[in-house]
Ligand binder design. Structure first.
Ligand SMILES: Nc1ncnc2c1ncn2[C@@H]1O[C@H](COP(=O)(O)OP(=O)(O)O)[C@@H](O)[C@H]1O
Ligand SMILES: [Mg+2]
Length: 257
């Protein structure tokens, strides 16, 4: 299964991604977790040891690799470079693995205006395409408040896009914008995940104000998320409630497939 996770900043995308990752690991799958946030923190949420994370460089910051593969220096525009750089070896070579989860950090592409084509973005787009087309493990993409790494060509390789929203009008407004972007590139299945819900009223607020997206599950507001952060442990290990809710979301997704 290949899932992308999007939503407004701070709603709980990384928390959800980490919970889903360990749910799939418990089911016996290998997981490739992609941190597409420009300031990566999925590794921490997954409880990766510091030494492993220190050895990890976001792909967008690997200047020599980008130049070797695309034929152009990162950050340069208008030059001639390969539009189909070799990337198939990158997930295994430049990732860190812990408890059955392979973590790849994409890093930030410094965009020089809309529609810019620079070496880093060509390499990352190709990388995401190849991951969606060729990898046979579960793929989870923790994205930013958008779907920028997904292109029309590979959008149908994503089994579902999970849009995370809190019980707030703003995060549901962002969910509506993401829905529009995702619909434009024809991602086939879009679902809303309600995050940080503390009451039945919260659940109802999300369901009632969903921008026409079916709600596939809820994650409770749980102080264990804060404790997990402080103790550098995966929240999956600390919160039976959230782990159970993640299993329910995975079960619902597996029914739909
Ligand atoms: N279910 C939850 N219960 C309580 N706090 C949460 C929950 N999910 C996320 N948080 C808190 O919200 C903040 C943002 O969470 P995070 O998963 O990093 O969001 P995002 O990846 O969308 O920016 C963090 O401080 C986290 O501790
Ligand atoms: Mg995040």
């Amino acid at each position: 299964m290949k899932l992308a996770i999007s939503g407004k900043g701070g709603v709980g995308k990384t928390t959800l991604t980490s919970l889903l990752a360990y749910t799939f690991v418990d089911q016996g799958y290998n997981v490739l977790a992609i941190d597409a946030d420009p300031s990566p923190c999925l590794g921490d949420a997954l409880g990766f040891p510091r030494e492993l994370l220190q050895g990890l460089t976001p792909i967008a910051e690997m200047g020599d690799l980008i130049e070797e593969r695309t034929g152009a220096k990162p950050g340069t525009y208008g030059g001639v470079f390969k539009m189909n750089p070799r990337v198939d070896d990158i997930p295994d070579k430049f990732s860190a693995t812990y408890r059955g989860i392979k973590l790849l950090e994409l890093g930030a592409v410094k965009m020089g205006g809309s529609g810019c084509i620079c070496a880093e973005s060509v390499l990352l787009k190709q990388l995401v395409s190849i991951i969606l087309l060729q990898r046979n493990e579960v793929v989870l993409m923790d994205m930013y408040a958008g779907v920028e790494h997904l292109g029309r060509a590979t959008s149908d390789m994503v089994d579902a896009l999970l849009i995370v929203a809190e019980p707030t009008a703003r995060s549901l407004g962002t969910a509506a914008q993401i829905k529009q972007l995702a619909t434009d590139i024809k991602i086939p299945r879009l679902y809303l995940v309600g995050s940080k819900v503390a009451s039945q009223a919260d659940r109802e607020f999300i369901t009632t104000n969903s921008p026409g997206l079916p709600v596939i599950g809820f994650l409770s507001a749980d102080p264990a998320v804060l404790n997990a952060d402080r103790e550098r442990k995966p929240v999956y290990d600390l919160s039976p409630t959230l782990a159970q809710q993640a299993r329910e979301i995975v079960a619902a997704l597996q029914t739909i497939q």
